[in-house]
Design a protein around this ligand. Structure first.
Ligand SMILES: NC(=O)c1ccc[n+]([C@@H]2O[C@H](COP(=O)([O-])OP(=O)(O)OC[C@H]3O[C@@H](n4cnc5c(N)ncnc54)[C@H](OP(=O)(O)O)[C@@H]3O)[C@@H](O)[C@H]2O)c1
Length: 328
């Protein structure tokens, strides 16, 4: 099978598409013919070996995919051959086939486009769990979203709007803000124009209720300062490369909360809400009320360009690799 392979850690350029042997199927596993894979920021970090978890080289990068089940081990009853599924893992998605535990796959609603399904993964799920259960966003609240043109940010704009919130999108370009606006953002702030603190004061004179922050760096503190009493700041990621240090007296004086979200530990420790939220999100997808924005599509051989776009923070919404089609 054709697959993107990382043989040595480094920038996206170290990844090359090669012909390699398809992985063997073990007990409990399922083989999926991958139609599309989403490129996520952590994929770039894993290839650079600067993610929280290391993948030993050589490996096939890629953490989420959608495709069709083509083979199941005898002891698998979760899914059947011919079913459309999505899956997430640490690596393995930038390839024509993946082998994965049957229980780790999610069946897709009928008729969902497989590129859309691949893009509707970690970003939407993260944004929804954060809004619904961590920030506990209520209809009518003011939600500020940093990185609002990126994968998690744009999903948060869309889903917070669906929850009835009024969204202020913060991003670095007009192109990103235009897309955020098309997904429901009410206020738009280009932070490259200057003082984010002042721009938030002008936009939300009464303050915000919630900040969703997948970026960190210099944007976090001015955004946190914009919160009003009982405001919630949720730290989700550090795409800027800098983990912010926040003076705790701000939390004390303003009467606000700083909360965190990490997908794996949240799924493990908050089972009841996790299962409820996942079901709600799947029904939003099935009804086409929440559809991810695919800002760019690439064939597998252009994996390096796709990873660069994400790594440089230039992607708008999701970037998808289109790997195989039904007629192959
Ligand atoms: N906690 C969790 O469980 C969880 C789950 C999923 C993702 N994450 C993390 O959340 C972060 C965002 O993920 P994402 O999928 O939304 O990423 P993304 O699509 O690449 O968007 C990240 C945004 O960060 C901003 N940014 C600022 N400086 C950047 C830089 N030096 N390089 C790249 N982006 C930069 C950009 O926005 P502007 O330039 O427009 O401001 C960009 O749109 C990542 O750190 C990811 O690892 C965490």
């Amino acid at each position: 099978m054709r697959a993107a392979v990382c043989r040595t850690y480094g920038p996206p350029d170290v990844v090359a598409v090669e012909e390699i042997e398809a992985p063997a199927l073990a007990d409990g596993q399922v083989r999926v013919r991958i139609a599309a894979a989403a490129v996520n920021f952590p994929d770039v970090l894993i290839v650079a070996n600067s993610y929280q978890i290391s993948a030993p080289t050589p490996f096939v990068p890629g953490s989420e995919f959608a495709g069709v089940v083509v083979e199941v081990a005898d002891d698998v009853s979760d899914v059947a051959v011919g079913e459309a599924v999505t899956g997430t893992g640490l690596v393995g998605a930038f390839a024509e086939e993946a082998v994965i535990a049957g229980g780790a796959l999610q069946r897709l609603p009928d008729g969902i486009d497989l590129a859309i399904a691949a893009a509707f993964g970690v970003a939407h799920r993260t944004a929804y769990h954060v809004l619904r259960s961590v920030a506990r966003v209520q209809a009518g609240e003011e939600v500020v979203v940093l990185g609002a043109g990126g994968g998690v940010g744009l999903a948060a704009v869309q889903l917070a709007t669906l929850l009835g919130a009024s969204v202020t999108a913060v991003a670095s370009s007009q192109a990103k803000l235009d897309v955020a606006s098309s997904y429901g953002a009410r206020h738009l702030i280009n932070h490259s124009d200057g003082d984010l603190r002042q721009a938030l004061k002008d936009t939300l004179p009464g303050g915000g209720d919630v900040v969703i922050d997948p970026v960190g760096g210099d944007l976090a503190e001015p955004a946190l300062r914009s919160l009003r009493r009982n405001g919630r700041f949720v730290t989700v990621g550090y795409a800027s490369g800098t983990i912010p240090r926040i003076p705790l007296n701000l939390v004390l004086l303003k009467g606000i909360a700083i909360l965190g979200f990490e997908f794996r530990s949240w799924a493990l420790h908050e089972q009841t809400e996790f299962v409820r939220n996942e079901a709600e999100l799947m029904s939003l997808l099935a009804d086409r009320r929440a559809t991810p924005h695919i800002g760019a599509r690439f064939p597998l051989q252009d994996v390096v360009a796709a990873m660069r776009l994400v790594g440089d923070g230039q992607a708008i919404g999701k970037v998808v690799l289109e790997i195989s089609s039904d007629d192959e």
